[in-house]
Write a protein that binds this ligand. Structure first.
Ligand SMILES: [Zn+2]
Length: 95
């Protein structure tokens, strides 16, 4: 009968709630938008930022934004550079 003093110890893994994604609701163009920050590590493909019309390379931290009024679906999600989203009201988009 084998004896073992070794016991498997389950390591405590603290839940990182909110660490991976932070989500806020912001107003823009008279609508409310859910804005979620992504650290980019889970994205495997690039997106086109509507702010600067440039690509967001995979792995780049950015935000994903969609309407909070329930009218939009997944197709209404837009991926923005962090800086472009912050600058959305400064007239630097659309060109
Ligand atoms: Zn951009």
């Amino acid at each position: 009968m084998p004896r073992s003093n070794r016991r498997r110890r389950d390591e405590h893994r603290p839940l990182r709630m909110g660490a991976m994604s932070s989500q806020t609701v912001q107003s823009w163009m008279g609508r409310r938008w859910v804005v979620r920050s992504l650290n980019g590590t889970t994205s495997t493909r690039g997106y086109t930022c509507p702010g600067c019309t440039h690509d967001i390379a995979p792995g780049t931290p950015h935000v994903v934004v969609w309407p909070d009024d329930g009218m939009g679906g997944v197709d209404d999600r837009r991926h923005w550079h962090n800086a472009c989203w912050r600058a959305r009201d400064q007239g630097r988009y659309g060109r």
